[in-house]
Design a protein around this ligand. Structure first.
Ligand code: CU
Length: 124
């Protein structure tokens, strides 16, 4: 390994360490389809940077569609255990959503974004 390569790798390690500090690993789970007028379950799994479930956080989410307004789309997620937080969304239309997730953990707030897509449930 030459000097340049080891310098790059060194910088990369510093950058990665800086990035992962005070960060969460989020996994958003949403159904593939929904029925308008019925609430849609949304689940978020939060792990800390060591991969342990985050307990006792206050979690809320706001759902947005690009270039559209759908009124108040914020919801609270309740902790169900093991780092999982669940809530119900009232979606009006199918399409691509951006969930802005606010996590309040031990007084430290962080904002994160997750995207998902959903379609109307087809009649059987
Ligand atoms: Cu829309």
């Amino acid at each position: 390994m030459n000097k340049f390569t080891s310098l790059i790798i060194g910088l990369l390690l510093v950058f990665m360490a800086g990035c992962s500090s005070n960060n969460f690993d989020l996994k958003l789970t949403t159904p593939k389809s929904f029925t308008p007028g019925q609430s849609t379950p949304i689940q978020l799994k939060i792990l800390d940077r060591e991969g342990k479930p985050v307990k006792g956080a206050k979690v809320s989410a706001k759902l947005d569609m690009q270039g559209m307004s759908h009124g108040d789309t914020s919801l609270k997620l309740q902790e169900t255990g093991n780092g999982v937080y669940a809530g119900k969304a009232n979606l009006e239309m199918e399409g691509d959503y951006t969930a802005t997730i606010q996590i309040d953990y031990n007084g430290e707030k962080s904002l994160r974004e997750k995207r998902f897509s959903i379609v109307y449930k087809k009649e059987q």
